[in-house]
Structures are given as C-alpha cells and as structure tokens.
Write a protein that binds this ligand. Structure first.
Ligand code: BES
Ligand code: ZN
Length: 627
C-alpha cells in the first residue's frame, strides 16, 4: 500500500497525473532526495528527469563482438525540466529521437575511465525517447568467449556482469542503484544459440524467426529494479527443471551436476519465505557460467548467475546459493541507494544466508559460517590498518570498504542485534523492514531511522546496548560484537595446533571435510613454512591436485608466500582457467608481494591468462600488478 501511495505522490509532484492510473505507472518506484542518497557514481539527475521503463531491442553479433541496440526509455520529468542525463561507457550513439522518430538534440560529455560519459538529451516535451546505439568490443560488462573457453568447445558464449557500474557499457540508461526501472527486451541471436536474461522469458526457449536472420526471444521484468540487475547470457544453453519454481540453465555437459548440486533450492526458498516474507519474483532459475565468470554468484533477478567452481559434487558450497537467493530480499527488493551503502546489500544478505543455512542444515553448519565471518572480519580490519582505519566503516565512500567488510562486519552487526533483542522480536522486525521498503532504495540513515522507529522505540537501555551509530559510521569493531564459535572448526583448530607443534601432516584427519574445514586449516597455517613441510602437507593432503577451487586457491596462496616453486605449473593452469575474483586476486597480490621472485611469474601468467578473463577481472588484476 505504502509503495502505491509514494508512487502516486511522486507522480503528482513531478508530472501531470495521467488520466488513468494503470499498472505501469502504479509501479513507479520513488527516488530518494536526501543528501546521503546522492549517488556520485552516476551522471543522472533523477529529481529533474528519470527513466522509469527501459525497452531494449538487442542484436547479438559474435563476429564483431558487439551488441547493436535500440533503447526506448520512458521518461518522468519534473515540471520545467528540459533535458535528461543518462550514463554511457564506450557506447556508439547513432540516433536519438522521440517515439515518432523526430530527432532530439543530444551531446556526449567528457569520459571518465570509471564512470564513463554523460549522454544529455533535450526532451522537447518527449515522454519516450529512442536511442539507436552499439556497444564496443571491449565493453566492460561483457565477456565474449571463444568456443574453446566453453565446455562443449563448439559455439562462442556471451555474458554480462552489471554490478556495480558496468551496464552503462551496453545499455544507455540511468545506471544508479537508486533509480529503479521496469524493463523488457527483444533479443535476436544467431541460429543455434539461446539467450537468457534476468527476467521472465516470454516464449520459452523456442524463439521466433527474426527478419534479420536468427531467432528472437522476448523477456520482461515488471518489478522496478536498479539497472545493475539487468543481465544477459547467450550460448549453447540447455534447461533442466529442479522443482516447480526452479531450474538450471547451463551447457549440456554441466546440467546434471548442477541440478544435483542445487537440489535443495526449493527448500531454501521455503525457508527464506518463512523468515522474511514472500518471494516476490515468480521463478528462481540458476545459470551456470564458464569458469571465467568473475564472481561466485550474482543475484540477477529470476536467474542467479553462478561460477562453475561451486559445483564440487558434495553440495558443500550451497552457501553461495543461499546467499544469492537471499539477495531476492536484501539487494533486489530493498537496494542500497548508492554504492557507499553496499553493506545494506551484502551484510544483510550474508546474515540472511546464514539463517537459511541454519534452517536447512542446522545450527552447527550455520555456526561454521558465523565463526568464519567473525574471523574474516578481524583479519580484514587488521589488513586495512586496524581499528581506526576509515576503510573499516560500513558507511564510507563508494567502493572504499576494505576486503569483505561489507559482508563480514555487516552480518556480524545484524547478528549482534539479533542476540541483543532475541529472534522473536528481530525476525518480525526484519520481515517488516523488507515489506516497508519493498522495491525501494535504502540508505544507512534510512535503515537506522527504521530500526529506531520499529524496534528500539525509544528504549534508552536498548539504544545504548546496540551501539547502532558506532557500527555503521565508525571504524573498527564495536565492543558488543557477537562471536559465534563452531565445534567443527574447533576440531580443525586442534589439528592445526598439533601440526604447528611439529606433528606430522599425515596425522591430520580430513575424513568428510568440506570446503570450510579445508579453508580454516590452510588459511590459518603460519605463513612461514619450510619447503620440506609444504611438500609433506601436499603429499599427505593432496592439495596441488585438489579438484576444489577454494582449496587450491588457499593452498597456492600459502605456497606463494613461501616461494614454493613446485606449485607453479598447477598455479599457472589454475589462473588461466578460473577467473573468479575472490579466488584469483589474492594469488596475484601474493605474487606481487614476493618482489623479484613473484612479480615476473605474475606478469607472465597474467599475459597468458588475460585474453580469457572478463574485463572486471582484467581490471582488478591490472590494478594489483600496475599497468
Ligand atoms: N553481488 C555479489 C557479487 C558482486 C560483488 C558483484 C561486488 C560485483 C561487485 C554476490 O552476491 C556475492 O556476494 N558473491 C560472492 C559469493 C558470496 C557467497 C560471498 C562471490 O562472488 O564470491
Ligand atoms: Zn552478495
């Protein structure tokens, strides 16, 4: 109800009310106008003129590695606004017109390497504008894979990664998480390919013959979303059902393994809904990408994108599934208004992920993740320079937060509130929070106002106990932080202590260990190890030849710190195959830190691996290695 009222108000204040309020206008989401909600990563000025709906016609051209597009944008302009400003990054703009085809004057401003360039269009009264454009072959959101980089090795592959500000490289719109837009797309692909998008697919996987050759598919998203959540993948994709609301898209050779790995997804959706309210998106499908996908998962609505490195056959990485599903509430339903409040997406989601894992697998499994969150938080604070370092604040400059602190300090904060007030108060509060702010942007200040109004309610003792402002605006770890300890990990720690005291590696019992136990052991081994001890560990635990990408990354990290050369061939194979940032960037950073020994190795491997990386990974590694 509240959403409709806000939308109606916004429409009333910003534009003449339409004669008939139909479904489309009723769903226009508000933009926040408070100072802390100003997004410095967009050129848009949404209070003057904003995009409310995007309709794309896209032609996917694997030969030129470009997308040719027509974007038709619905514009909501304030009284007297003469122009609208969009975000673009390396887009070729051919024609800008109104919907009747009357050309509109426009200009592209100076380009910044990160933000791209503003596209300013004179509206001339138009409520709908049309932009004919083409993306560049190196578009930052897109990776064009050769057939060799796919599993079947027969057809090329394309996928996008929008978060945080990459989508302006293939869609000319207002690319800010605080400006929600409904959208639809018609995608034409060559014969033999299937496109999927983060929306409802209207024709099933059949497509219709397109006039320009190939076949066309139609998608639509009726919920207003921030444009970083518009995503596409095109390849030789097949679908298999998991449950009534869910299924997997992947290359044929990956399909069965993925369906089995994600078998619990329906139970997870049930558990999530029981905690924090209805799943508002219809289907929840999952797409498994080639290994160059730069993240573990990306919460694209209706269609989470996953790295294949989580398909390990033992379901030990379903925390990533729980995490991306949880974003259907924290992130996709209630969204950080700017990237300075990224913890509202990632911290809430890491907390929610933990609650889903507990609901499905019990308290101890959840305790493993809480324990790791706490340890990771302390490590990130230390690496950032300690308790006073500005990068350890939850609310800071966009992109400033050190390491994984958005996730780890953010989730520890919410867990601390949970312990302070009890689940019988906290869970209904959080459910209400998602309802009150559904399909709206949110800021740190907005969350604090909401929790004070609906949970603290003037209770001075509780206010003092929670230290809300300290958690959100101050650096370091507040004194009330709740630490959860896992018995499973305590057993690993005991074995680690025995090894550190000089015990043999062969005594370490890894029977039925999952990813998290392996990581706990390897990450906590003292960074200085002799070559003999490393060889002993490798022989006893089979680390170099592990098929688990997390285990390999942690092991290579330790080996690099000790200039342990026997791992180099396996490290090279790994870095040229896997592009997941979280797994590969620490290895380049480690090599770089090893100066004259490691830097040349890093440069050589990167030169070889670079053509197979997504632009996001190329950018991250380039920043580490310099040039
Ligand atoms: N939304 C993030 C991925 C992301 C983060 C994209 C920052 C762009 C910029 C996603 O939900 C995520 O957090 N993925 C994690 C896995 C998760 C289980 C911690 C990842 O990629 O490792
Ligand atoms: Zn996330």
């Amino acid at each position: 109800m509240r959403i409709l009222t806000l939308a109606a108000l916004l429409l009333a204040s910003a534009a003449p009310a339409p004669a008939l309020a139909h479904a489309q206008t009723a769903k226009v989401a508000p933009v926040l106008t408070t100072p802390e909600a100003k997004d410095v990563w967009t050129y848009a000025r949404p209070a003057e003129a904003r995009v409310t709906h995007v309709d794309l016609t896209l032609n996917i051209d694997f030969d030129s590695k470009t997308i040719g597009g027509v974007a038709t944008l619905d514009v909501l302009a304030a009284k007297g606004a003469k122009e609208i400003v969009l975000d673009t990054l390396d887009l070729e703009i051919a024609v800008v017109s109104d919907e009747r085809g009357v050309k509109l004057a426009h200009r592209v401003g100076a380009s910044d390497p990160q933000l791209g360039a503003p596209l300013t269009i004179e509206l001339n009264g138009a409520k709908r504008i049309r932009i004919v454009y083409r993306s560049k072959p190196g578009a930052r959101a897109l990776q064009w894979l050769t057939p060799e980089q796919t599993q079947s090795k027969t057809l090329p592959f394309l996928f996008s990664q929008g978060q945080a500000i990459n989508n302006r490289s293939w869609i000319p719109t207002q690319d800010s998480p605080g400006i929600r837009q409904t959208w639809a797309a018609t995608v034409t692909v060559p014969e033999g390919f299937v496109p999927v998008m983060s929306a409802q697919m209207l024709d099933g996987a059949t497509g219709t013959p397109a006039p320009q050759g190939g076949r066309s598919f139609r998608f639509k998203m009726d919920n207003p979303v921030p444009p970083y959540l518009i995503a596409i993948a095109v390849g030789d994709l097949k679908f298999k059902e998991v449950g009534p609301r869910s299924g997997v898209w992947a290359e044929a050779g990956m399909l069965d393994a993925a369906v089995s790995e994600f078998a619990d997804v329906e139970k997870m959706i049930d558990a999530a809904q029981a905690l924090y309210g209805p799943y508002r998106w219809g289907r929840y499908d999952m797409l498994v990408l080639p290994p160059s996908f730069p993240y573990g998962g990306m919460e694209n609505p209706n269609l989470t994108f996953f790295t294949p490195t989580i398909i390990t056959g033992d379901r030990s990485n379903t925390d990533v599934l729980a995490h991306e599903l949880a974003h259907s509430w924290s992130g996709n339903l209630v969204t950080n208004a700017t990237w300075a409040d990224g913890w509202l997406n990632e911290g809430f989601t890491t907390y929610f992920e933990n609650r889903i894992m507990e609901a499905l697998y019990g308290k101890e499994r959840a305790a493993i993740y809480s324990d790791l969150d706490y340890a990771g938080m302390l490590r990130d604070v230390k690496n950032a320079g300690g308790d006073a370092a500005p990068a350890t604040r939850l609310h800071g400059a966009p992109g400033e937060s050190a390491g994984q602190l958005d996730y780890l300090k953010g989730s520890t904060f919410l867990r601390t509130i949970e312990y302070a007030v009890g689940r019988d108060r906290w869970d209904p509060y959080l459910r209400g929070y998602f309802d009150r702010h559904a399909f709206q942007p949110q800021t740190s200040a907005g969350f604090l106002a909401d929790i004070r109004k609906h949970l603290v309610k003037g209770d001075k003792a509780l206010e003092a106990k929670l230290q809300l402002d300290r958690w959100v605006f101050e650096p370091g770890v507040p004194s009330n932080a709740v630490q959860v300890k896992s018995q499973t990990l305590a057993k690993v720690d005991a074995q680690l202590a025995a090894f550190n005291a000089g015990g043999p590696a062969a005594a370490i019992d890894t029977t039925s260990w999952q990813t998290q136990q392996w990581k706990r052991l390897i990450d906590n081994l003292p960074r200085q190890q002799s070559a003999a001890r490393l060889a002993e560990l490798d022989a006893a635990l089979g680390l170099t030849r592990s098929q688990n990408a997390y285990v390999q990354s942690a092991w290579f990290d330790l080996a690099i710190a000790n200039r342990y050369e026997p791992v180099i061939p396996a490290l090279e194979e790994y870095l040229t195959r896997v592009g997941r940032n979280l797994l590969v960037t620490p290895l380049y950073r480690g090599l770089k830190a090893q100066g004259e020994w490691g830097e040349p190795i890093a440069q050589r491997i990167f030169a070889k691996a670079k053509p197979g990386y997504h632009p996001v990974t190329v950018g991250a590694v380039t920043r580490i290695l310099g040039s």
